[in-house]
Ligand binder design. Structure first.
Ligand code: ADP
Ligand code: MG
Length: 239
């Protein structure tokens, strides 16, 4: 996960030009208040944060919107996931009263969604619960789990939109939303479903997007939902 070629900037520069939070050099630096997370990282045997993690953790922990553009295998999953756990931990409203998930992660395929869910369950943290919903999976089971109350929903856009339209999943409670591999989701034709789901969310939320490329379609999506986001490029600026 080495890569020296990293560029960090605020993208849609507004009058509100706050500085970009400084990168962290160590896991302790980012998560000193969360010993359970540090334990899990130690168990995984990771030496140090990947370049994108060291840049994106302080950004996400300070509540900023973020666009992460990097190839697969650069450690983006934990990049958005660990701040998501901390986001949930910081909620003042308990799960039962919230009436829906606090975190929504959309990913292009069932395999990717399941991979993310596996990672969440590894970092099983202060009773944080997650459910993975995807097309082809047992719909009734997914609905049952969701209605019992969860903190994190990981979903493919099609099934997510389907459950949302049918009223099985209240997404007004979501305050941290991730569009993982946005370019692939658009390539697969999920833009209408993504937009319908995003439209159902409350206006004030933290928004994160990852992508391997930065074509106009992804840029437009980012433009519609992100507030003064910080953009992190890892690797070549293949524009
Ligand atoms: P991406 O989403 O960018 O494709 P992943 O999040 O799937 O990448 O991570 C790729 C691999 O790197 C995974 O096996 C993950 O466990 C591992 N990994 C994540 N963070 C680190 C780290 N800081 N050091 C070493 N390996 C890591
Ligand atoms: Mg990934």
């Amino acid at each position: 996960l080495e890569n020296n070629n990293i560029v960090v900037d605020r993208t849609f520069q507004t009058e509100n030009s706050r500085p970009v939070p400084k990168p962290v050099k160590t896991f302790e630096h980012a998560f000193h208040n969360y010993p359970e997370i540090l334990d899990e990282i130690r168990k995984a045997g990771f030496e140090k944060p990947s370049p994108i993690q060291s840049q994106c953790w302080p950004v996400l922990l300070s509540g900023e919107d973020l666009i992460g553009i990097a190839q697969t295998g650069t450690g983006k999953t934990l990049g958005f996931l660990l701040p998501a756990l901390i986001h949930i931990d910081g909620q003042t409203v308990p799960r039962e009263e919230r009436g829906g998930p606090a975190v929504l992660i959309m990913a292009p395929t069932r395999e990717l969604a399941l991979q993310i869910d596996k990672e969440v369950k590894k970092y099983f943290y202060r009773n944080i619960s997650s459910v993975c919903v995807y097309g082809g999976g047992a719909r009734k089971e997914q609905i049952d789990v969701v209605s019992r109350g969860v903190d994190i929903v990981i979903a493919t856009p099609g099934r997510m939109n389907d459950l949302n339209q049918a009223g099985h999943l209240n997404v007004r409670s979501v305050t941290y939303v991730v569009l993982d591999e946005a370019d692939r989701m658009l390539d697969m034709g999920f833009e209408p479903q993504i937009r319908k789901v995003m439209y159902s969310l409350r206006p004030t939320k933290q928004c994160i997007m990852t992508s391997a490329t930065w074509p106009p379609g992804v840029r437009r999506l980012a433009d519609s939902y992100m507030k003064d986001p910080i953009q992190i490029y890892v690797g070549s600026l293949d524009l």
